[in-house]
Write a protein that binds this ligand. Structure first.
Ligand code: PXP
Length: 239
């Protein structure tokens, strides 16, 4: 059975909008775990636009399932990961201007630097996953640099405009999953997965963990709004 890793970056995004303490991603992680999440995923970006160093440190102490840290393969980030020791590090490409991670890592082109990052992290006892597009050459390159896992980027599947291209993207992902497994790597997947498209992806088989953020936090806002308004109405009317 596949596992669900809940990405809580957007909780921190709301907090950072006011620069205060609320909502705290540490509390969100605890609620996600109580609801059955198998893991918590956070992305510590170089520009610290959402998750902060303080969140990572506290989450390392409080997460009871597994903590997956997404980060760029940069020296500063590797030092932080080696100090905090998350259960898994998922290396992702990072551009300052992007709204979210736009594509997979180009492991083929950046073989040497990624191999160095994988080596350093594994040397510190951290399991390493590489976020890649469902491209057989990238899967092979990930294996060459010694990655324990790949996380297959499901964005093109999720953004497919019609049934035919969705099928094509699904087949690419299926082939990438099979190849990675054949080469002995574990396989995770994520990006753009939501309450409509997850069934097709989850029924592919062979994917250990799905990392999902935007859809879950978006739904939390909508399903939680009624209760939040009722609580405030009560305080305003019956003070
Ligand atoms: N996996 C990786 C590597 C990501 O960068 C992200 C986005 O932060 C996700 C999964 C989750 O994507 P989404 O928020 O679209 O569910």
């Amino acid at each position: 059975m596949a596992r669900l890793g809940v990405n809580i970056d957007h909780v921190a995004t709301i907090r950072q909008a006011r620069g205060g303490m609320e909502p705290d991603p540490v509390a969100a992680a605890a609620i996600a775990e109580l609801a059955g999440a198998d893991g918590i995923t956070i992305h510590l970006r170089e520009d610290r636009r959402h998750i902060q160093d303080r969140d990572l440190k506290i989450l390392r102490q409080t997460v009871r399932t597994r903590l997956n840290l997404e980060m760029a393969a940069a020296g500063e980030m590797i030092n932080i990961a080696l100090a905090v020791k998350p259960d898994m590090c998922t290396l992702v490409p990072e551009k300052r201007q992007e709204l979210t991670t736009e594509g997979g890592l180009d492991v083929r082109i950046n073989m040497e630097s990624i191999a160095g990052a994988v080596d350093r992290l594994q040397g510190g006892g951290v399991i390493v996953s590489l976020f890649i597009d469902p491209d057989p050459d990238q899967v092979k390159a990930a294996n060459k640099v010694g990655a324990d896992y790949v996380e297959i980027h499901t964005g093109s599947f999720a953004e497919s405009k019609d049934w035919k291209s969705e099928e094509q993207e699904l087949r690419k992902i299926e082939n990438a999953v099979k190849l990675a497994a054949k080469l002995g790597m574990g396989v995770n997947a994520g990006h753009g997965l939501n309450y409509s498209n997850i069934k097709k992806m989850a029924s592919l088989g062979g994917i250990e963990e799905f990392n999902i953020g935007h859809a879950i936090i978006s739904r939390a806002v909508l399903v939680g709004l009624e209760r939040a308004v009722k609580d405030m109405v009560e305080l305003v009317k019956y003070a």
